[in-house]
Design a protein around this ligand. Structure first.
Ligand code: AMP
Ligand code: MG
Length: 491
């Protein structure tokens, strides 16, 4: 069978619109072969939805594409240029260890980036080796798929392959490549790059490309760039509210890690919170808590203000008018975020309608949870069932008082009990990727080559709102320890 025929049998259907942008936005790259690629995990359902043939993808030819050893038929590998504010400091970045293979058009006509992460050096690698280790790539796979299961917009993970090569970090580690699927990889940092190193016309081309790709409905608007800004603000406000509602901490909300599509991206130091505490930080380098759980909504606003600044030359010919338009749009962000969060919190408590005092009811529960160091996920999930048990926070006298207020609130809305329960159970996940479970799965996989732990975890995380017996063990909290859980960037 010829190579070409085989490649087509995988089902690649590319249309690479990014390559039609001005040259400054990317550099084409060549495959960067690795020694001994081996497929570790393939997301069958995602592959099918992309119109890819699973059997062919698992074949030697398929795996060599997922390892970056071979260009897929119709793909045009490139590294994207971008800049970004990292912990508040502006810097030039770009795909230093990733390559965009192309944009896949699915059988339904949707368009997704197909990107390899850990695929070797690029013109933007600076001092880095362009590679990634197996543990962190599997970690991204688990958490991004968990986010998808939770109904939160996110990049997805199609596959992980090991490279047969060792990479050097603090210790030698097995190398791996993740295949990532995204609505696009256009970030706030892509716009910052255009402003810093491109012309206004190049910036406009990027903005038009982005509108066409993610917000075609605003194309005909009188000021389509203002509409773009407003839509991105809306999507990010909704996204970050969803993070807060499940206790997800991104950990490195630099502007290069904020997408224009409104998908969660860059699963480096992220982690889910167990005990409710707004000051929770897991990232080893976030010493001042810039990206702590409770700060995420504000950092979202800060990042969006940086995005708004990049659009100023397109918003209005007169600068003060442009600034006014941008400021007005940005000032809506916090309101939008809060409305999304409040709606989500009401749903978590089974509330369908609105009362002014709902916010106090919610705040009082959160305060009590914080004081009692209650588990965020388990507390809300327990409330979703008939009567929480009288242990922990539920045995606390202040809880009894709160519980009465909540029950009378539910009575006032006149909704059948099952409707309330259904709303709550579909808003409060039973399972999240708890840190000790993720670590356990990674250890079994990386240290022992045992993938069964990871598969069970992925399976239970795929339906987090269901109510099944196999969830029980994944709701058990970690043994208390004085050593805080730590996560790492760029590993
Ligand atoms: P991240 O922390 O994943 O958002 O990465 C920040 C920047 O560092 C991006 O430009 C990455 O491409 C780059 N980077 C991270 N790890 C490596 C590596 N091993 N080699 C080259 N570039 C890297
Ligand atoms: Mg990044």
């Amino acid at each position: 069978m010829t190579e070409k025929k085989k490649a087509n049998e995988i089902g690649w259907n590319f249309d690479n619109s990014y390559t039609r942008l001005p040259d400054i936005f990317f550099r084409t790259v060549d495959p960067n072969p690795v020694q001994a690629p081996k497929l570790i995990i393939l997301n069958d359902r995602l592959a099918a939805s992309l119109g890819l043939n699973i059997k062919e993808l698992e074949s030697e030819e398929g795996v060599s594409v997922l390892a970056g050893n071979r260009k897929p038929e119709g793909g045009t590998p490139l590294a994207q240029a971008y800049a970004g504010h990292q912990f508040g400091h502006f810097t030039m970045l770009g795909d230093g260890r990733a390559m965009l293979l192309g944009e896949l058009i699915t059988p339904k006509g949707e368009r997704f980036d197909l990107q390899l992460k850990g695929s070797g050096r690029t013109p933007y690698s600076r001092g880095g080796d362009g590679r990634a280790a197996l543990g962190p790539m599997l970690r991204e796979y688990i958490i991004s798929e968990a986010m998808h299961g939770l109904g939160i917009p996110t990049t997805r993970s199609l596959a992980v392959v090991t490279t047969g090569e060792t990479i050097m970090r603090e210790t030698p580690l097995p190398g791996a490549i993740l295949t990532r699927i995204a609505a696009s990889h256009i970030r706030v940092g892509t716009f910052q790059y255009a402003v810093k190193w491109g012309s206004v016309e190049e910036l406009r081309t990027l903005a038009d490309h982005t509108i066409q790709r993610h917000y075609p409905e605003v194309e005909g608007d009188k000021n389509r760039y203002l509409s773009l800004l407003k839509e991105v603000i809306k999507r990010q406000a909704a996204l970050i509210a969803k993070w807060q509602l499940v206790g997800f901490i991104h950990g490195v909300m630099n502007t290069d890690n904020m997408t224009i599509s409104g998908e969660t991206i860059d699963y480096g130091p992220c982690a889910f919170m167990d005990q409710y505490d707004p000051a929770t930080v897991f990232s080893s380098i976030d010493r001042e808590g810039r990206y702590a759980y409770g700060n995420q909504p504000y950092i979202g606003g800060w990042n969006l203000a940086r995005f708004a600044e990049t659009l100023l030359p397109l918003l209005h010919d007169e600068q003060d008018q442009a600034v006014k338009l941008a400021q007005d749009a940005i000032s809506d962000y916090m309101k939008l975020y809060h409305a999304n969060w409040l709606e989500g919190m009401r749903a978590k408590l089974g509330i369908f309608d609105k009362e002014t005092d709902d916010e106090v009811l919610i705040a009082d529960l959160l305060t009590l949870m914080e004081k009692q160091r209650a588990d965020y996920t388990n507390t809300f999930r327990a409330l979703s069932f008939v009567k929480p048990e009288g242990t922990g926070i539920f045995a606390h006298p202040e809880f009894a008082n709160w519980h009465e207020r909540w029950l009378s609130r539910l009575e006032r809305q006149n909704k059948p009990k099952d409707a309330v329960q259904e709303l709550m159970q579909s808003s409060n996940p039973a399972v999240i990727p708890r840190n000790h479970r993720v670590e356990e799965a990674l250890e079994a996989a990386v240290e022992k080559g045992d993938y069964s732990v990871l598969e069970r975890l992925l399976n239970v995380l795929s339906t987090p709102y269901a109510n099944t017996p196999d969830q029980a063990e994944f709701c058990i909290l970690p043994t208390p320890t004085t050593v805080p859980y730590r996560t790492y960037c760029g590993t």
